[in-house]
Design a protein. Structure first.
Length: 419
């Protein structure tokens, strides 16, 4: 069984190149189903979720190649895709839900397995379905499948209102609308940087999308998309950047983060500054330092541009060794606290109260055998292990590798005692 072993670490130093965004590349791959032909993506992260999504697309008739050294992903989408779904992989990965929007533009009936992914609470898709049906789709959920019974040849543009600014629901609506007849208006849309990346890619293929990056997105349907001759550059992964900032907060030192737009993480940078980190923009990245024990801070997760729920496990690990008591509130996913049980094994003083956790910081944690139950939970355990003695062993490495590119090697390069 693969494990990471991590020891207490001090004084991080060096530079980390932030990978391409996991939450961007997966839906960019899904979006290629809208446009037969060749597509190329630079800055593609070398993570298992990318290879799982590639296997899903290959089973549907695509051809694909990952050029590891250059971090370039090449895809070739056939004129007619197969609805031969790899149920095991789709059920494994939450991002597979973003296949739904492109599939609805194919003019065929299909039954897509319900997506799975990290187990941290209920994430309903009923409002995905309602809003997509506003475009004259005919989809229902039955027997653990999303069933599309197509009774029109082309979706029809409409005004639709999301009851919550869901990232993946916005993705699906945009991708379903680009080839629809007429105009679609999405109200209360999510506006994460990854949505902007998706829309820039689709517009490079000939889509007509405006307003992205705001809560009101307008899509004028076009008859056909055409592959671009350009290589699409995937944006930097803001969650990975926050992971290394939290590691710095625990260990102290000074690091440089390359390939991340600081505006993607403005809100969490502000919060980390109150904790004690000194963080400054380099234009194409960040330089950050920490010279003392972190201070406690209250934190609440919110849709972008608020503090993302994906940051929270790492922030809780940071607060576990902070000076004082912190209250961390989860406003996105009910039940995203399973990692707390593992932090308690490390003698952290954390209590769960509804959708809040109360974290009473300690000078040092205790090394233990712990298990990563999802990607970000795994990162939080690694961060906690940097302030624990003796050795912490983290099991469930496969979860971590789904979202982080060579996290062990990168952490070692800046001084983390990890193997």
């Amino acid at each position: 069984m693969k494990i990471f072993e991590i020891n207490e670490s001090f004084g991080l130093k060096g530079s980390v190149k932030i990978q391409g965004a996991k939450n961007s590349i997966l839906k960019l791959m899904a979006a290629t189903l809208l446009c037969p032909g060749e597509h190329r993506f630079a800055n593609c992260p070398d993570i298992t979720d990318v290879f799982d999504m590639l296997k899903i697309l290959v089973d549907m008739g695509a051809e694909g190649k990952f050029r590891k050294e250059e971090k370039i992903l090449e895809l070739n989408i056939p004129e007619k895709i197969s609805f031969n779904f790899n149920s095991k992989l789709i059920e494994k990965m939450r991002a597979s839900i973003t296949l739904l929007g492109p599939l609805l533009s194919q003019g065929s009936n299909f039954a897509l397995p319900l997506p799975g992914g990290d187990n941290f609470g209920n994430r309903p898709i009923d409002f995905h379905i309602r809003c997509l049906n506003d475009l004259k789709a005919n989809i229902v959920v039955s027997s653990n499948k999303i069933i599309s019974e197509k009774n029109i040849s082309r979706l029809v543009g409409s005004r639709t209102v999301l009851e919550y600014p869901s990232h993946t629901a916005t993705d699906n609506l945009i991708m379903a609308s680009v080839l629809a007849e007429g105009k679609t208006v999405i109200e209360n849309a999510a506006h994460e940087p990854e949505i902007v990346d998706l829309c820039n890619f689709l517009n490079s293929l000939g889509a007509d999308i405006s307003g992205f990056g705001t809560s009101r997105v307008i899509i004028n349907g076009v008859d056909k998309l055409k592959p671009s001759n350009q290589i699409h550059q995937v944006i930097g992964d803001r969650v990975e950047a926050v992971t290394y900032l939290c590691a710095l907060g625990v260990c102290g030192g000074k690091i440089i983060l390359e390939n991340i737009d600081p505006t993607f993480i403005d809100t969490v940078i502000y919060k980390l500054k109150t904790v004690g980190l000194d963080i400054n923009s380099t234009g194409t990245g960040l330089v950050a330092s920490m010279g003392h024990r972190p201070k406690a801070a209250d934190i609440s997760t919110l849709p972008f541009p608020g503090i993302a729920t994906d940051y929270k496990p790492m922030l809780v690990a940071l607060m576990a060794v902070a000076d004082g008591t912190s209250i961390v509130t989860e406003n996105i996913f009910v039940g995203r606290f399973k990692y707390v049980e593992e932090l308690l094994k490390m003698n952290a003083d954390i209590s769960v109260e509804g959708h809040h956790v109360v974290v009473r910081g300690k000078d040092r944690l205790k090394g233990a055998d712990v298990t990563a139950h999802d990607i970000r939970a795994g990162a939080s355990l690694l961060i906690a292990g940097m302030k624990a003695s003796p050795t912490t062993q983290v099991f469930g490495v496969d979860h971590i590798n789904r979202g982080y590119e060579d996290i062990c090697g990168k952490m070692k390069s800046i001084g983390v005692d990890i193997a």
